[in-house]
Design a protein around this ligand. Structure first.
Ligand SMILES: *[C@@H]1O[C@H](CO)[C@@H](O)[C@H](O)[C@H]1NC(C)=O
Ligand SMILES: *[C@@H]1O[C@H](CO)[C@@H](O)[C@H](O)[C@H]1NC(C)=O
Ligand SMILES: *[C@@H]1O[C@H](CO)[C@@H](O)[C@H](O)[C@H]1NC(C)=O
Ligand SMILES: *[C@@H]1O[C@H](CO)[C@@H](O)[C@H](O)[C@H]1NC(C)=O
Ligand SMILES: *[C@@H]1O[C@H](CO)[C@@H](O)[C@H](O)[C@H]1NC(C)=O
Ligand SMILES: *[C@@H]1O[C@H](CO)[C@@H](O)[C@H](O)[C@H]1NC(C)=O
Ligand SMILES: *[C@@H]1O[C@H](CO)[C@@H](O)[C@H](O)[C@H]1NC(C)=O
Ligand SMILES: *[C@@H]1O[C@H](CO)[C@@H](O)[C@H](O)[C@H]1NC(C)=O
Ligand SMILES: *[C@@H]1O[C@H](CO)[C@@H](O)[C@H](O)[C@H]1NC(C)=O
Length: 427
């Protein structure tokens, strides 16, 4: 005998959906030398689709790679995911994911999915134990794609938000976002700061990029604070509609576009990147000796030498619609630079990757050298429509500001005669 009428039956799916939405999984660190990965995977498996997962404060012991697939889901990460220092383990290719195509980069923690928020509330995030990695690599060769893991990887994400997240001591890139769209990062702190006195005054935190964006569209980054020995942000191939606002970069090489053109068979398109309210600060040189650029753009040449992940070149494509405004630099080496000879050799064919419509506006602060702008575009693809407004960076006293423009087909806004003069191409 059926006691439920058809009308009530029709409501059942909706009720289940509501029940699923209400589902909450709560975790606390197991402690006592145990791994937390299994309980985390179980919680995400149960509540990661249509539920809430709450990590109570404390340190979670992460002993192996993790992948979270989240959908219509909320994660409150009040505690930290502590990725154990075990270099030989993590460097075994089987111990990491390879979801980032470019340079076959490795990831120990990947999030995919759609319509989720990961909120670390300013108290949680990742402990990368990077000091051990940096000290280990202080006198060892670092290669792209060598297996050092990215700390937080978003891969194949649609409409995801990461909030108030901190990565303490990333061994390699702090963040990567690849094959994703409509992502917001609001509040991100990455700290790669060497404290090993054997290496004071040297940069041993290479490759600790704040983020690399790749094959992704509509990515917003606001309220970031990045201490790094490499790129603060790196905009790589097929990044479109990228918005970064209120970003502080402490040390490193600056905000990068590239390197582009590494894959001969895969052109890189970068379109509509707006960077605003950017502050670059030079740290104590004992801690971090570099603050190389404000913003710089770079491509490989058009001669392919070797193959990715470490070699390559001859890739084409186009970068257009770049705006970098309200930028404050502090004793930066070269505020604005563009070159198309990354890892190149004399006699290489000139890059065919085209830069167009670049705007630099409202720059203040100080530079350590007199060259404020150094644009070295390719003879095979001269830069077009480069606009400067209110570039007011102070150079060392007694020196005159200098501007280098090579193969710039059209520019505006630099002191008269400083660049090529609009329309001219200097070879
Ligand atoms: C993490 O878990 C591993 C494996 O159980 C254990 O050997 C290690 O002591 C734990 N670490 C911490 C800090 O609890
Ligand atoms: C990307 O995610 C969607 C769902 O969000 C899924 O259907 C698709 O299979 C995923 N693609 C890959 C390559 O994993
Ligand atoms: C780096 O040098 C230190 C001190 O000489 C040594 O202890 C360490 O093993 C070296 N590391 C590598 C990876 O060679
Ligand atoms: C970009 O992503 C944000 C956050 O998901 C979303 O609100 C916005 O609608 C997206 N913009 C476009 C043009 O799709
Ligand atoms: C800028 O971001 C920092 C975090 O890096 C935050 O403390 C500050 O409040 C933000 N400023 C504004 C104006 O939102
Ligand atoms: C970028 O996107 C274009 C299609 O718009 C594609 O042909 C090209 O291979 C992509 N490049 C990379 C590096 O994925
Ligand atoms: C130049 O780039 C900006 C930013 O993407 C865009 O708003 C503008 O329309 C572009 N101008 C042209 C002429 O394409
Ligand atoms: C120029 O940039 C500074 C931040 O570096 C900002 O405070 C100021 O409002 C900007 N000026 C204009 C006209 O936008
Ligand atoms: C440029 O900076 C100097 C020194 O900070 C200041 O005196 C001057 O007013 C600034 N000029 C413009 C146009 O912002």
């Amino acid at each position: 005998m059926h006691t439920i009428g058809t009308g009530k039956l029709a409501l059942l799916p909706a009720l289940y959906a509501l029940q699923a939405l209400a589902k909450t999984c709560t975790l606390k660190p197991l402690g006592r030398g145990r791994s937390d990965v299994s309980q985390i995977e179980a919680a995400i498996g149960e509540c990661g689709h249509g539920g809430t997962t709450v990590f109570q404060p404390g340190e979670y012991n992460i002993t192996r790679k993790m992948h979270w697939d989240l959908a219509n889901s909320h994660v409150d990460l009040h505690g930290s995911l502590n990725f154990v220092f075990d270099l030989p383990y993590w460097m075994d290719p089987a111990s990491t994911y390879r979801v980032i195509f470019i340079q076959s980069q490795a990831s120990w923690f990947v999030i995919s999915g759609h319509d989720f928020t990961l909120d670390a509330h300013g108290t949680g995030g990742i402990i990368g134990n990077g000091q051990n990695w940096w000290s280990w690599y202080g006198n060892a060769t670092r290669l792209d794609g060598d297996g050092r893991p990215v700390s937080l990887t978003l891969s194949n994400v649609t409409r995801g938000t990461v909030r108030n997240f901190k990565v303490e001591a990333p061994p390699f890139w702090c963040n990567a976002v690849a094959d994703s769209r409509d992502v917001v990062y609001d509040g991100m702190t990455c700290v790669a700061e060497n404290a090993d006195e054997r290496w004071f005054g040297q940069n041993i935190v290479w490759n600790t990029d704040g983020i690399d964006t790749y094959r992704s569209d509509n990515i917003t980054m606001v309220n970031w604070d990045i201490t790094s020995g490499d790129d603060c942000l790196a905009i790589k191939g097929n990044s479109t509609n990228i918005f970064a606002r209120n970003i502080t970069c402490r040390g490193g090489t600056g905000i990068a576009f590239g390197s582009l053109g590494q894959y001969a068979e895969l052109p890189d398109y970068v379109e509509n990147v707006v960077l605003e309210d950017i502050t670059l600060i030079r740290p104590d040189p004992q801690v971090q000796p570099l603050l190389e650029h404000g913003v710089y753009l770079k491509t490989w040449t058009n001669t392919r030498i070797g193959f990715p992940p470490t070699g390559g070149g001859a890739g084409g494509g186009r970068v257009s619609g770049v705006v970098a405004r309200n930028v404050k630099v502090d004793q930066v080496t070269t505020p604005i630079q563009l070159y198309q000879t990354n890892l190149g050799h004399p006699g290489d064919a000139p890059s065919k990757l085209q830069f167009a419509n670049l705007t630099f506006e409202n720059w203040t602060g100080t530079a350590q050298t007199s060259t404020i702008v150094d644009l070295e575009c390719s003879s095979a693809a001269p830069c077009t429509d480069v606009t400067f407004r209110e570039i007011n960076v102070t150079v060392p006293s007694g020196e005159a500001p200098a501007y280098t423009c090579v193969n710039v087909a059209s520019s505006a806004g630099l002191p008269s005669g400083a660049c090529t003069g609009d329309g001219a191409v200097k070879m």
